[in-house]
Design a protein around this ligand. Structure first.
Ligand code: PHE
Length: 339
């Protein structure tokens, strides 16, 4: 009986050792320790032993049962740990993998430059105002001292929508609307799209952008205009930038100037960008014509003012070295993704 017990124990030990999962272990537990299990069966044979032999044998059987139970518990713990390990391995996240880059939208280069301009002018005390893109002849020309038969109308080829309705050719129209609605002191800029029936080429587009500036107050002179534009040019192009006024003509300003700044590409030495001159033209400006002030109900004897109109597209193409203005309007993603 003792040998039989030993044999069973050995077999159980081996089987438990080789068990591969919990269900096999459970089957072995039933096989050896269950009600009809092999070790339980041995206990039932105790009846055939003499009363002297029984206690010792009983103890041996119990020890064997205990040993098998321990082995099962150990193996179960081992299997559980292995399963846990396997699960952890499967669920591992490789944090060294490069993350997927999420594509986010970004500002169009025109808007980036416009934001810079707005920051510069608002820091000097200017408000930003808006005007309609579809204008009347009255606001776009008449009040700006350009009557119907005036030759200056030829300077701006106009898209007419109806007899007196047009796509604004200049943001200057917003000057008039502002002066009608506000009393001096006035300090505003008006950025926006303007339209002209130009031939399309690398430097011309039928749609482009201007930023109109207007200041009206008592005692405003051309020095104020120069000071504001110098400050603006230094902020945009760097502190060594010089500003040059050249006499020009606009019907709504008198005197009128065209304004050049030191070429930011060559620092004034002369290069391809400035065509060797060292200067780049960036805007038109002048002192608001008395007729314009009058047409808005402002007394030119009491008030004076200056206005300027900056081309945003030119500023943008020179800043980013964009060779063709059309790129700004085609919205080719390959182009826009570079900014
Ligand atoms: N509106 C003018 C143009 O488009 C520019 C300008 C604005 C000139 C304000 C003087 C004063 O050419």
């Amino acid at each position: 009986m003792k040998q039989q017990l030993e044999a069973i124990r050995k077999m159980a030990e081996e089987a438990i050792q080789n068990a591969k999962d919990q269900s096999e272990i459970e089957a072995l537990r039933v096989k050896y320790l269950g009600k009809k299990g092999e070790l339980t069966a041995i206990l039932k044979q105790m009846g055939s032993l003499s009363p002297e032999e029984r206690p010792a044998m009983g103890q041996l059987v119990n020890l064997a049962k205990q040993a098998v139970e321990n082995l099962i518990a150990e193996k179960q713990a081992k299997l559980k740990a292995m399963a846990q390990q396997e699960k952890l391995q499967k669920e591992t996240i490789d944090i060294t993998l490069p993350a997927k880059v999420k594509k986010t939208g970004k500002l169009h280069p025109l808007n980036t430059v416009l934001d810079d301009m707005i920051n510069i002018f608002t820091s000097m005390g200017f408000d930003v105002v808006d005007g309609p893109e579809v204008e009347t002849d009255h606001y776009n020309f008449e009040c700006l001292n350009v009557p119907a038969d005036h030759p200056a109308r030829d300077m701006q080829d106009t898209f007419y929508l109806a007899e007196n309705l047009l796509l604004r050719t200049q943001t200057s129209a917003a000057q008039i609307r502002t002066m009608e609605n506000r009393k001096p002191p006035i300090r505003v800029i008006c950025p926006g799209r303007v339209f002209r029936a130009d031939e399309v080429d690398a430097t011309h587009s039928p749609v482009f952008h201007q930023i109109e500036g207007l200041v009206v107050d008592k005692g405003i002179t051309m020095c104020d205009l120069k000071g504001v534009l110098e400050e603006f040019a230094r902020e945009i192009y760097g502190k060594d930038t010089a500003v040059k006024f050249r006499p020009s003509f606009f019907p709504f300003t008198e005197p009128s100037v065209e304004v050049d700044v030191t070429c930011s590409e060559c620092g004034g030495k002369g290069c391809r960008v400035c065509k060797g001159s060292g200067w780049i033209e960036i805007l038109g400006a002048g002192m608001v014509h008395p007729n314009v002030l009058r047409s808005c109900g402002i007394d030119p004897e009491e008030y004076s003012g200056f206005a300027f109109g900056i081309g945003l597209d030119r500023l943008t193409t020179t800043r980013y070295k964009i060779s063709d203005i059309r790129l700004l309007f085609e919205n080719d993603k390959r182009f826009l993704d570079q900014f």
